[in-house]
Structures are given as structure tokens and as C-alpha cells.
Write a protein that binds this ligand. Structure first.
Ligand code: HEC
Ligand code: HEC
Length: 385
């Protein structure tokens, strides 16, 4: 069935290892299980994938000792059964602090050009992991930079005594940079495109999805819905997978962020002050309300939706787009999103019959990769505690 694309093993590392007389085995080529024609994600040349590093990362991802008070791990907010989201409108950190944003799916995150909802320059998973680990606004895992007691706790554990030297043979002791490298490698390994839509699209299995889903696919990929303009390509996101292979020049275009008219407050800044999107980093008026268009893979299992979890259902999301931007009638956020001055041209509004709405939903539901949700490679490796 699926063709297997091979990532190149680090021949350079092997050559150096031998040259220096160090006993070093080359990392075996990592096997990505991808449909034919889909290229493998970019992997930083200084962080080659290996089964040992990924295994260490998986243990860390699911380890509550990764939080200062022992209550949370990455997996608290990124649960496999929900395509690595948490079912809440907004994340809640280990000390109870509410995050301004909705936890994002980590499926195929190796292809993401930028990370998180609205951060044009956060581009590596290694750097992103530091945010939940050490972040203070809000506190997520609540670790303190410079206080390595949590690393000592891990180093004393028998499982890590086995996993760490296997992953990093040259490391005298586990450091936080090993932790972020291993977490990033595990996250990169969560690559999966095995939904019914993939069987239909890549393997030409006409029976894999319903006629309704096929009609929905047409709606999605045509005007006036125009969903594809921001959620196009195999990842259903214009912020994923367009970067060229490692070693070639980066594209000159900036990653895409869009204002979809979710809010329209009166005054200079049309989005609620609690989260103004890219504007919060750049201060530029043109960036108000601009967020990353996330992948729509597994969207049926990742409710609630949008950067702040403010839409509960897929029907609600379709209402938002068909109105050409959401209207909020009362309360502090009231306003007509349709009239947001920064709104992207792609969000203009349209009308759907009940049948067309059902078709669009059937298409979105055909993007659920059930194999991924139960894949033992991505599951909690620790015995029940
Ligand atoms: C308290 C809940 C919580 C915890 C714990 C947490 N995350 Fe997240 N994660 C979030 C939220 C919320 C976002 C969106 C953040 C933003 O946009 O600023 C996010 C976003 C991400 C993203 C960006 C995905 C994308 O498509 O851009 C990655 C990667 C990620 N988290 C990895 C991790 C890792 C690794 C850990 C553990 C070290 C972790 N998270 C712990 C809630 C959490
Ligand atoms: C102009 C670009 C653009 C167009 C066109 C567009 N989207 Fe989006 N989409 C986005 C952005 C940006 C977000 C996140 C916005 C936010 O949270 O404020 C988003 C979010 C979503 C979400 C929620 C994702 C999540 O993980 O919470 C869904 C579902 C969605 N879009 C479906 C659609 C559908 C269906 C269409 C066509 C009717 C469509 N989009 C058209 C840019 C777009």
C-alpha cells in the first residue's frame, strides 16, 4: 500500500565518529509511513531521528515529573485519543492557571512552518518545548529555568538510566537540551495520514468515503466557500509543508496568518485584549486578529475550535464562515465579525442548503485518522500508575 519514504541517515555523523576513533553507530534511516508522493518532513540536520531518541521523548512526553508539582505532563493537554488536544476551550496549567489559548493538535507537527497559533518566528519544536516547560505567563508545567532538581529526579529513575545512554551515548548526564531534543523527536514521529480520505485520495479507493463526503470535498475546494485557500494541500493548512527540503533556500514569502473575523470590537484593536494574535508580538495594526490556519486533519475529534476554543462544534465553525465572520450580540466581545477591517479577503460568506452543510461535515469527518488515535507507537509507554 503506502510507499515508504526514507529520511537520509546521518552519513556525516558516522564519518566524524569513525574519524575521531569514537565507537559510534550511524542512526538507522528513519522510516516515515507516508502515502505515495507525500514528502517526508524536514528534520534539523543536528537532530537526526533515531528509535532511541524518540523512545526517550515518548517517556518524557507522558511523564508527570516533567511538571514542578508532579501533576501534569505534555500529554495532559495533548491527548492521543483527541488527536493530541485536550477537549477544553483553553488549556489549564499545572497550577490551575488558564491558558489564553486552545491546545493544538500535534499530528504531523513535523511539517509545521511555524509553531503555536500566532508566532511567526517560533519554528523549531526544540524551542517550542521550552514554552510549556518554563513559561510563566501562563504557568504550564511550572519548571524553573536554572533549577535542575527535576532533571535529578529523572536521572535517578531506572527507566531513564536505560533510555538516556541509549539515546545520547556521549552524554554524561541528562540536560534540559536532551529533554527538548527527545521531546521534539517524539513529536516529529507523530506523522500519520491514514484517514478514509487518504485511502480515497492517495490509493484511489472509491469506497473509502461516502458520496456526501465527495460532494463536501468539492465544496471545500471551490468558491464561494474557498476553504482551500487557507486550508489547502495534503495537510489542509497553508502553514504546513511548503518549506523546501533541508539545505535548500527558504522561501521568501512569510508564513501565513489570517484574520477570519471571529471578533470585531469597536476601537483601534478589534480583537479582545486577552489575545490579539500576531499583533500581540509585532504591535502592527495590520496583524490584529491574525492567527495560523491549523491543519483540519482529525478535526472531528478536536473540538472545541479556534485559537480560544470559542466555537464548540463544527456546525458553529460553518456558521462563522457562512456569515463571513461571527457576530456576537451581547457581552464584552459583542460586534459583527463580518465587518472586521483586517479580515482576510478569503472569508466572504456563503449560503449552504442543509444537504450541502451535511456534505461539508461528512468531508471534514472523513479526515479522521482512527489508526493514529490508537497507534501504540504514540501511546503512553509507562505502566499504569
Ligand atoms: C496546560 C496545557 C498544555 C501543556 C501542559 C502543554 N501544552 Fe502544548 N499547547 C498548549 C496550548 C494552549 C497551545 C497553543 C499555544 C499558543 O498558541 O500559544 C499548545 C501548542 C503546542 C504546540 C504547537 C503546535 C502547532 O501546531 O503549532 C506544540 C508543538 C506543543 N504545544 C507541544 C507541547 C509539549 C512538547 C509539551 C510538554 C513539554 C506541551 N505542549 C505541554 C497546551 C499545553
Ligand atoms: C482566510 C483564510 C481561511 C479561510 C478561507 C478558511 N479558514 Fe478556517 N481557519 C483559518 C484560521 C486563521 C483559523 C484559526 C482562526 C482563529 O482561531 O482565530 C481557522 C480555523 C478553522 C477551524 C478550527 C480549527 C481548530 O483546530 O480549532 C476549522 C474547523 C476551519 N477553520 C474550517 C474551515 C472551513 C470549513 C472553511 C471553508 C468554509 C475555512 N476554514 C476557511 C483560516 C481560514
Amino acid at each position: 500500500m503506502a510507499m515508504r519514504a526514507l529520511a537520509t541517515a546521518s552519513a556525516f555523523a558516522l564519518a566524524c565518529g569513525l574519524g575521531a576513533g569514537v565507537v559510534s553507530s550511524a542512526a538507522p534511516a528513519w522510516v516515515w509511513d507516508l502515502p505515495a508522493g507525500v514528502r517526508a518532513p524536514n528534520v534539523p540536520s543536528d537532530a537526526p531521528m533515531s528509535p532511541e531518541v524518540v523512545d526517550l521523548g515518548r517517556h518524557l512526553f507522558y511523564d508527570t515529573r516533567m511538571s514542578a508539582n508532579g501533576t501534569q505532563s505534555c500529554a495532559t493537554c495533548h491527548q492521543q485519543s483527541r488527536a493530541f488536544t485536550d477537549g477544553r476551550p483553553q488549556g489549564i496549567g499545572s497550577t490551575g492557571q488558564v491558558h489564553a489559548r486552545n491546545a493544538m493538535s500535534l499530528v504531523n507537527v513535523a511539517y509545521a512552518e511555524t509553531l503555536t497559533w500566532a508566532h511567526p518566528t517560533l519554528t523549531t519544536l526544540e524551542a517550542q518545548a521550552l514554552v510549556p516547560m518554563y513559561g510563566t505567563a501562563p504557568v504550564e508545567l511550572g519548571l524553573t529555568a536554572g533549577d535542575d532538581r527535576w532533571l535529578d529526579r529523572l536521572t535517578g529513575d531506572a527507566t531513564y538510566a536505560r533510555l538516556v545512554p541509549a539515546a545520547f551515548p556521549d552524554a554524561p548526564r541528562l540536560t534540559s537540551s536532551h529533554v527538548t531534543r527527545a521531546l521534539a523527536a517524539f513529536e516529529r514521529s507523530i506523522v500519520s495520514m491514514r484517514s478514509p480520505y487518504d485511502r480515497y485520495h492517495f490509493e484511489r479507493d472509491e469506497t473509502a468515503i461516502s458520496d456526501a463526503a465527495k460532494r463536501g470535498e468539492m465544496l471545500f475546494h471551490s468558491r464561494p466557500l474557498s476553504c482551500f485557500t487557507c486550508h489547502g494541500g495534503v495537510h489542509f493548512s497553508d502553514a504546513m509543508g511548503a518549506a523546501p527540503p533541508m539545505g535548500t533556500a527558504r522561501p521568501s514569502r512569510l508564513p501565513s496568518f489570517h484574520n477570519t473575523g471571529l471578533y470585531n470590537l469597536p476601537g483601534a484593536v478589534s480583537y479582545p485584549a486577552r489575545d490579539t494574535g500576531v499583533h500581540a508580538l509585532t504591535g502592527r495594526a495590520a496583524d490584529v486578529g491574525r492567527f495560523k490556519a491549523p491543519s483540519l486533519r482529525n478535526i472531528a475529534v478536536t473540538a472545541p475550535y479556534m485559537h480560544d476554543g470559542s466555537i464548540a462544534t463544527l456546525d458553529g465553525v460553518i456558521d462563522h464562515y457562512s456569515a463571513g465572520g461571527r457576530s456576537i450580540a451581547a457581552g464584552p466581545d459583542r460586534g459583527v465579525g463580518h465587518d472586521n477591517p483586517n479580515k482576510d479577503d478569503g472569508v466572504r460568506g456563503f449560503q449552504l442548503t442543509p444537504g450541502q452543510r451535511a456534505d461539508l461535515k461528512a468531508f471534514l469527518e472523513s479526515l479522521t485518522d482512527t489508526a493514529l488515535l490508537h497507534d501504540p507507537r504514540f501511546a503512553d509507554p509507562w505502566p499504569a500508575r
